[in-house]
Design a protein around this ligand. Structure first.
Ligand SMILES: C[C@H](O)[C@H](O)[C@@H](O)C(=O)CO
Ligand SMILES: [Mn+2]
Length: 419
């Protein structure tokens, strides 16, 4: 331990030479909650016990042992992960991750009763809140790849009512937990092959969303967000809720725009979009993920993309308006490790952003772009790792990959015996 403190002292000295206050950076990181996506733990299956296949253009691959089969198991797994992630965080649910099913009640009729176990669990933990996203997929009413934009009014009604139900449950979560619930609307609607009519489904999606949001709910209780996608598996030719559609909807209807980092062209970075959005919008939801080829949902790692997203979210002083959420699913590795590694990497990226020396910005202001490049590159070898280790130590958590011992023990005792 003495070594961690010693290294931290040295790092503090070095950063001070670069006009960076390390203690302030640590204090900032302390205050950033990440919304941890519960669906990494159950492979997005939910707990309706209706054996619906995963549909809607997402795929979970791998058969690593230990998928949570019930909400109780999922909560145990989240407990195991949360213990290994420094700081206070939130948990993000999908609208089919019910705690219990009630006879004759489907998604369009879900109420808090279906999710009550989650609320009790969150209240008993030190969570900063619970988020809930309607699940417009993995259900027989996703017909021909369409939910909210389906031509059949009865189908649209089912999904609209599911959206409305989730907002009400979110409000109930918020009342008890004292923190607004983020209700993110992502509809998988799309076409495998070129549609003859792209306009009508988009008009129907627009009308359905208006109905979903018709009930006025205070922003202190629910923050609505809308998420676009480039394409999904089996919906390669047209996505109804495209980026333009969602951005304009959010702007016009005063909703939050959700950027999922796996939902854009591979060479397109959402980091560059944040400052553009903040010129005209006040709040944003980030789904932090990692796209690899056609898969939008690999575990986040500390790569250039994550560093630039965290940097752009942090450096202009609007981090309080950026809601950070994880969104990936990998069933080929230990699911708890997937949460812990991805979340800690996001926190590391934020810490690196908080520790950014002012030099590069100063040189840029003077028009010295060569100096700026030199300063940006020099900053890369500053000892942020010593600061991260100290942050973990303050939280009584192992630095490095020490967290794997606990994960392995939990895997042996609990996960390996799940069938
Ligand atoms: C579980 C969904 O995949 C997720 O919530 C949604 O945000 C998404 O990114 C779909 O690709
Ligand atoms: Mn997403």
């Amino acid at each position: 331990m003495a070594r961690i403190e010693k290294c931290y002292e040295l790092a503090r000295e070095i950063y001070a030479e670069h006009q960076v206050d390390v203690d302030a950076a640590v204090a900032r990181l302390e205050k950033v909650p990440v919304s941890i996506h519960a669906w990494q733990g159950d492979d997005v299956t939910g707990f309706e016990n209706t054996s619906h296949a995963l549909t809607g253009g997402c795929q979970v691959t791998g058969s690593y042992p230990g998928r949570a089969r019930t909400a109780d198991e999922l909560r145990d797994d989240l407990d195991a992960a949360l213990k290994l992630i420094p700081g206070r965080h939130r948990v993000n649910l999908q609208g089919h991750q019910v705690d219990k099913m009630l006879p004759g009640v489907d998604r369009d009729g879900f109420t808090l009763e279906n999710f009550s176990g989650w609320l009790d669990w969150a209240a008993a933990r030190n969570l900063t809140g619970l988020d809930l996203a309607p699940a417009f997929y993995s259900h027989p009413n996703l017909k021909d790849g369409l939910s909210l934009s389906h031509p059949d009014a009865g189908i649209r009604r089912f999904w609209i009512d599911h959206g409305r139900a989730c907002r009400k449950i979110g409000a109930d979560f918020a009342k008890k937990l004292g923190s607004a619930c983020i209700c993110n609307f992502w509809a998988p609607d799309g076409f495998k092959d070129t549609p003859s009519d792209r306009l009508a489904p988009r008009r129907r999606l627009l009308a359905s969303l208006d109905e979903c949001f018709a009930e006025k709910i205070s922003g202190d209780l629910v923050r609505d967000a809308i998420e676009s996608k480039l394409f999904g598996i089996g919906a390669e030719s047209c996505t109804v809720g495209s980026h333009e559609f969602c951005m304009l909807y959010a702007m016009r209807k005063k909703k939050m725009l959700c950027f999922d980092s796996g939902h854009f062209h591979p060479t397109e970075s959402i980091a560059d979009k944040l400052s553009a959005i903040f010129c005209m919008m006040d709040e944003i939801l980030l789904h932090v993920s990692r796209g690899v080829h056609w898969d939008s949902d690999h575990v986040t790692v500390l790569n250039d993309e994550l560093l630039s997203i965290a940097r752009e979210a942090a450096v202009y002083g609007y981090l309080d308006k950026v809601h950070l959420a994880l969104d990936y699913f990998d069933a080929s590795i230990n699911r708890i490790a997937a949460w812990v590694i991805g979340c800690r990497d996001l926190q590391k990226a934020l810490l690196i952003a908080f520790l950014e020396p002012p030099r590069a910005c100063q040189l840029e202001k003077q028009g010295d772009f060569t100096g700026r490049l030199a300063a940006q590159e020099d900053a890369k070898s500053l000892p942020w790792g010593a600061v991260w280790d100290y942050f973990c130590y303050r939280h009584d958590l192992p630095a490095g990959m020490g967290f794997m011992d606990e994960i392995r023990a939990y895997e042996k005792k609990i996960m390996e015996i799940r069938k």
